[in-house]
Design a protein around this ligand. Structure first.
Ligand code: FES
Ligand code: FES
Length: 149
């Protein structure tokens, strides 16, 4: 049994402690905004926040997340307002197919919390998420817009 706090809600989940957090979020909890891409911590599609830190949930055991604050894309907006990264994504029409974008947005939200005005080099170092649609230029423009918002 794992006791998880997801988007502020505590839930008891009957699961093997070694199960990747991603499976629990999607299959048991039913939050499907977090995506499965590679399953080996390479693509970033599965990125969530654990105590505010961007984490690739496909390769993170559920036991490591117990008692910590887990935030998924569904919990990023607060008080009916989009997070500034989500708003910048809309304003810049960033998504193409959209599959990678929730992970991308979560990674960027964590970056801006740590570095409110990231340089291009900071962005390149921190945002290693893979986008098969090639939205990288729009991502960078939207990050700078969110940093100035
Ligand atoms: S699915 Fe987790 S990093 Fe690709
Ligand atoms: S928007 Fe299609 S994979 Fe990134």
């Amino acid at each position: 049994m794992a006791r998880l706090i997801i988007n502020g809600r505590t839930q008891e989940i009957d699961v093997d402690p070694n199960t990747p957090l991603l499976w629990v979020i999607r299959e048991q909890v039913g939050l499907t905004g977090t995506k499965y891409g590679c399953g080996i911590a390479q693509c970033g599609a599965c990125t969530v926040h654990i105590d505010g830190v961007a984490t690739r949930s496909c390769s993170f055991p559920v036991s490591g997340a117990e008692g910590k604050q887990i935030t998924t894309i569904e919990g990023l907006a607060a008080n009916g307002m989009l997070h500034k990264v989500q708003q910048a994504w809309l304003d810049h029409d960033v998504p193409q197919c959209g599959y990678c974008q929730s992970g991308m947005i979560m990674a960027v939200a964590a970056l801006l919390k740590e570095k409110p005005k990231p340089s291009d080099a900071d962005i390149d170092a921190a945002i290693t998420n893979i986008c098969r649609c090639g939205t990288y230029q729009q991502v960078r423009a939207a990050i700078h817009a969110a940093a100035s918002a």
